[in-house]
Design a protein around this ligand. Sequence first.
Ligand code: PHE
Length: 341
Amino acid sequence: MLDQLKRAAADALAELAAVDAEAELAAWRSRHLGKKSPIKTLLGGLGALDATERPQAGREANLAQRRLQAAFDERRAALERAAHEASLGAEALDVTLPGRLPRRGRLHVSTLILRRIAAVWAEMGFQVYRSRDVETDEYNFQLLNFPPFHPAREMQDTFFTTEPDVILRTHTSPGQIHVMRERCPEPIRVILPGMCYRYEQITARSEIQFNQVEGLAVGPGIRMSDLKGTLTDFARRMFGPDTRTRFRCSHFPFTEPSAEMDIECFLCGGDGCRVCKRAGWLEILGCGMVHPVVLENGGYDPGRYSGFAFGMGPERIAMLRHEIQDIRLFWGNDMRFLEQF
Ligand code: PHE
């Protein structure tokens, strides 16, 4: 019995020395430390032994069992160590490499100019009113005094949707109706910034999407001189205190009278240059006194209230400011362009 035990243990240890993979190690363990191991089997036969031999045999068996367990633990640790060493060699990480700087983002040039415009209007007491990008024909045109088939619609090539009468707004002016209907009969002083969409051929001078900043003031006794004074004040805050402005007659169905405002060219001071195309003046915005029909559509009694409105294009202003020659650059996602601002 003792000899058998010694042999079983020696065999097991020899086998273990040859094990060099984790799967083999697990197999060895169940073979030599499991319930049906040779040593356990021998232990099972202990009862058949002579009572004088039994205690020693039992001790020896337990000893052998413990030795195998210790050998197993050691072998497993050695294999793990070897695997770790191998992975350190194979998946070497060079911690001496300098780190890579993450690329920092920045605000888009349109966002910058929108924020600047909003800040100037905020100084003058105008709140920002957010209005939707998707509109109905009614809000985009009819309530603004463009009846169906009115020729003024031609200037605003429109994106229609598959829903009847649902369109992408072609200007921010429909927001005028929303804000009036919400605030009536309170006086109003708001700007309405946001993206507009027109179904146009994309060229260096026209895009299918662009921002506008609309403005609206409604209250008792607002006059054309208020419009001129307020917009001139804006121009001076925006472009410099000596900026001169001029108003030219124009037409919009939702304002009467209507005008366009020019500022004296900030590059040449009115002498004429490539930015103002020798005119000395730059067209900045459209404006006018809110048409009585529009006031009424907003819920205000045109006999008691009046107001002015204006609309400007921030991308246009940015193009003049930075001498950007091509409007497609704004949405072209070219980092070389975007990183300049
Ligand atoms: N909505 C006009 C346009 O897109 C601009 C405008 C706004 C004119 C408000 C007058 C008053 O051309």
